[in-house]
Design a protein around this ligand. Structure first.
Ligand code: SAM
Length: 278
């Protein structure tokens, strides 16, 4: 479905909007591509769709054309006149909150059920996701574009080089569904790297029992020294929790103390977190 608004290149020219690197701006000007992202998000006709960083509004327009009610968060005030034109074309279906998405609690700006769909600013993509994972059940889904390297880390299975803290946390709380990659040339200006759209569907409850803060400490310690054996990387945490050493902690949960962080499953990290919090 298309709208009566002008082509995105004309919108950029009319408003003199040039991408600002500091704001991680890489615009998608192909409405077929933004339409594809909107389709991945599923049925948008019910609930609220939150978009971070509408910029020139390509993805926004695809979301609205798919029947979404969109609440956007944008930091760049230069985009305001563009947002106003979109608001005119989709009366009552589009609103914008100006500000830094890192400081906004999305539960306060959009009623439930809510989902996020966004081509994220690359410089803060990981931090935004980590924030939202603190209240993951508030979202029906999160359909997000990341630079490929970050996307790989989110979806990586145990045993892979990119498996790390972000993989454990995201997969503990969500079903992680990588969708499709987009090459640099699709963006204006092109970034250095490929991008990937990932759909995260938060689980009603975490996959395994564990306290989130403790799990974060365990993964931070284990992956902070990822080439070391767990008996070494977990030593301080183990001693602080009353164990003789890292080996004692690993053995009580049936994990080989000589193993390395990248080979532990999400379930095993949760077992360690439960034992430490006990
Ligand atoms: N959605 C547009 C598209 O697909 O063409 C623009 C995507 S661009 C990668 C990222 C957008 O996020 C820009 O519009 C930028 O101004 C905005 N942005 C950057 N940092 C932000 C922040 N901390 N909070 C809210 N928006 C931000």
């Amino acid at each position: 479905m298309s709208d009566t608004l002008p082509p995105l290149r004309d919108v950029l020219a009319k408003h003199g909007l040039r991408a600002d690197k500091k704001l991680g701006q890489h615009f998608l000007l192909d409405l077929n591509l933004t339409g594809r992202i909107a389709r991945v998000a599923g049925d948008l006709t019910k609930g609220t769709t939150i978009e971070i960083g509408p910029g020139p509004g390509g993805l926004t327009r695809s979301l609205l054309a798919a029947g979404a009610t969109v609440v956007a968060v944008e930091r760049d005030e230069r985009c305001l006149p563009i947002m106003a034109e979109i608001g005119e074309a989709y009366k009552g279906k589009f609103s914008v909150v100006m500000g830094d998405a890192l400081k906004v609690d999305l539960r306060e700006i959009a009623p439930s059920p809510r989902r996020i769909v966004a081509n994220l600013p690359y410089n803060v993509g990981t931090d935004l996701l980590l924030n939202w994972l603190n209240y993951a059940t508030a979202f029906e889904s999160m359909t997000l574009m990341f630079q490929l390297e970050v996307g790989d880390r989110i979806a990586a299975p145990p045993g892979s080089k990119t498996y790390g803290r972000l993989s454990v946390l995201a997969q503990w709380l969500c079903n992680v569904e990588p969708q499709f990659r987009i090459g640099p040339q699709a963006f204006t200006p092109p970034p250095q790297v490929e991008s990937i759209v990932i759909k995260l569907i938060p689980l009603p409850a975490p996959r395994f029992e564990a306290d989130q803060k403790t799990l974060e400490s365990v993964t931070a310690a284990a992956f902070g020294q990822r080439r070391k054996m767990l008996r070494q990387s977990l030593k301080t945490l183990a001693i602080d929790a009353g164990f003789a050493d890292g080996t004692a902690l690993c053995e009580i949960v049936g994990i080989d103390p000589q193993e390395r962080a990248e080979n532990l499953s999400v379930e095993q990290f949760c077992a360690l977190a439960r034992e430490i919090a006990r």
